[in-house]
Design a binder for this molecule. Structure first.
Ligand SMILES: CC(C)(COP(=O)(O)OP(=O)(O)OC[C@H]1O[C@@H](n2cnc3c(N)ncnc32)[C@H](O)[C@@H]1OP(=O)(O)O)[C@@H](O)C(=O)NCCC(=O)NCCS
Length: 226
C-alpha cells in the first residue's frame, strides 16, 4: 500500500518560502499576505466551499477548481503547488494559488477575492507574480482568465503577452505570459507591499479566521444566492 502511494504521489521539491508582507488597502486596512501551509488547507476548503454555489462573476467555476487544486495539494496529488492568503486582522479576505512547472516557468492557477471593492484580488495576484519572478526566480508565468474581471485585471492591466502555442493546464485554453520584463515594468504600480511585518500584524495573521458563510456570500455577490 505504501509502495502504491509512492507511485501516486508526484515527486515534490521544497519551494523557497514567500516572505510575508503587508499592503495598505484603499480602505486604510492593512492586509497581510503570507504563504499558507498544507496543514491550513482544511480551513481554506471551508472558506472556498460556499462560493461553489455563487454564479455571479464566475465565482462558481473558480471556487470549484480552486477547491480541487487545494485538495490535490493536501492529498499530495499536485506537483509543487503553493497558496498565498490575504488576511485582515487574521480574517481571510482572499487567496491565490499556483505551481512551479520548471526552474524557468511558473503556472498561475487561481485568484479569489472574498472582500470586494478594495483590489484584494489584484494585490494577491500581484503577490503571486512576485513569488514566481522574485522568489522562485522564474522567467515567465503562464496565466489564463476565467472571468471578464480577471481578464481586465491580468491581461489588460499588465499587458500580458499571448502564448498561442501553450495550452494552459486550466482547461487547455491559450495561455498568456507575464515575463520578467512585464513584471518589473509593473512593480511599484501594481506590485506593492512592505516588509518586514510588524509584530502585531504577524501575531494576528498567525491563525486564519473565517467570516460566516452568509456574510461571505453577501460580500462577494451582494445578496444571498437563490
Ligand atoms: C477577479 C477578482 C479576483 C478581482 O478581485 P479584486 O481586484 O479585488 O476586484 P473586485 O472583485 O473587488 O472588483 C472588480 C470589479 O468588480 C466590480 N464589483 C462587483 N461587485 C462588487 C462589489 N460587491 N464591491 C465592489 N466591486 C464590485 C467592481 O466594479 C470592480 O470593477 P473595477 O475593475 O472597475 O474596479 C475577483 O473579482 C474575484 O474573485 N472574482 C471571482 C473569481 C475570478 O474571476 N477570479 C479570477 C479568475 S481569472
Amino acid at each position: 500500500m505504501k509502495q502504491l502511494e509512492e507511485i501516486l504521489r508526484p515527486p515534490e521539491r521544497s519551494l523557497p518560502p514567500y516572505p510575508p508582507k503587508f499592503i495598505v488597502l484603499a480602505s486604510g486596512e492593512r492586509m497581510v499576505v503570507r504563504q499558507a501551509t498544507r496543514d491550513e488547507v482544511p480551513v481554506l476548503l471551508e472558506a472556498v466551499r460556499p462560493l461553489v454555489g455563487v454564479a455571479r462573476d464566475f465565482y462558481d467555476i473558480v471556487a470549484a477548481r480552486t477547491y480541487a487544486e487545494l485538495l490535490g495539494w493536501m492529498r499530495y496529488r499536485v506537483r509543487d503547488e503553493y497558496c498565498l492568503v490575504g488576511l485582515i486582522d487574521g480574517t481571510l479576505v482572499g487567496l491565490v494559488n499556483g505551481r512551479s512547472l520548471s526552474k524557468r516557468i511558473g503556472v498561475s492557477y487561481h485568484t479569489i477575492a472574498m472582500r470586494r471593492g478594495v483590489r484584494v484580488g489584484a494585490h494577491l495576484f500581484a503577490s503571486k507574480m512576485e513569488y514566481h519572478i522574485e522568489h522562485l526566480g522564474q522567467d515567465e508565468v503562464y496565466i489564463v482568465a476565467e472571468s471578464p474581471i480577471g481578464f481586465r485585471r491580468w491581461m489588460i492591466e499588465y499587458g500580458l503577452e499571448e502564448r498561442p502555442q501553450v495550452h494552459h493546464e486550466l482547461g487547455g485554453v491559450m495561455s498568456y505570459s507575464l515575463t520578467r520584463d512585464l513584471y518589473f515594468a509593473a512593480k511599484g504600480r501594481l506590485i506593492v507591499g512592505e516588509r518586514p511585518l510588524p509584530k502585531d500584524l504577524a501575531e494576528k495573521a498567525a491563525q486564519i479566521k473565517l467570516v460566516e458563510e452568509a456574510t461571505l456570500i453577501t460580500q462577494v455577490a451582494g445578496k444571498p444566492q437563490q
